[in-house]
Design a protein around this ligand. Structure first.
Ligand code: MN
Length: 207
């Protein structure tokens, strides 16, 4: 297949064994950029923040739930880039596949970069706005260059920080004293509820 930036993603997966998309479908015209945050109960629970940049979804695995509170800086580990169609993905990745486990669309909406995001990836700082159901307003992703043991490990490090900017949506959130919902914005299901309905569990019914 042509070089489409998805080699690392595809190398970890077997088409036909997982319902995940293997390539981006062609898009007519240029729509607004999208983002999605998947809550993914794999080996460890994490939230995959995915931003539409250069025709793929640049992704970071966030070990703690993303926050609308500017005080909550979240570690965000750069991960492989899935195809654009992943913005619609919500399913249980079957056992035996990479990332096996339930994955819900925890949030989704429009992604508006405030700088050239491809350049920002290179420079290690991306300023952007999200227009989702849960995450709203301005955020910054900063490449810290710190290794997992806190030592400087240079350009090869995957460690970034996700920081909410103090703006109107942040102040509204803080004033409301509400927690962000754990339900999918597509199905209304939590990861546990999706997992309980997964096809792999139907093997029990067929037995
Ligand atoms: Mn994941």
């Amino acid at each position: 297949m042509a070089d489409d930036g998805l080699e690392t993603y595809r190398a970890k997966r077997t088409a036909g064994s997982t319902p995940e998309p293997m390539a981006s479908t062609a898009r007519a015209g240029r729509g607004p950029r999208m983002f999605v945050v998947h809550q993914h109960d794999a080996t460890r629970m994490h939230w995959d923040l995915r931003l539409e940049i250069d025709g793929v979804l640049c992704s970071w695995a966030v070990p703690k739930e993303p926050s609308m509170d500017p005080e909550d800086k979240r570690l965000a580990l750069k991960s492989e880039t899935p195809p654009l169609d992943y913005v619609h993905f919500e399913a249980v990745i079957p056992d035996g596949n990479y990332g096996a486990g339930p994955m819900i669309a925890w949030d989704r909406g429009l992604f508006r970069p405030l700088i050239d995001p491809a350049q920002g990836m290179l420079d290690g700082e991306i300023k952007f706005e999200l227009y989702g159901y849960k995450l709203r307003g301005a955020f910054t992703l900063v490449h810290t260059g710190k290794g997992t043991r806190g030592r400087f490990s240079g350009r090869g490090s995957n460690d970034w920080l996700l920081i909410k900017k103090r703006d109107e949506p942040a102040l509204e959130f803080l004033a409301g004293k509400q927690e962000l919902s754990g339900a999918s914005v597509l199905s209304g299901l939590t990861v546990d509820e999706l997992d309980a309905r997964a096809p792999r569990h139907q093997q029990v019914l067929r037995a």
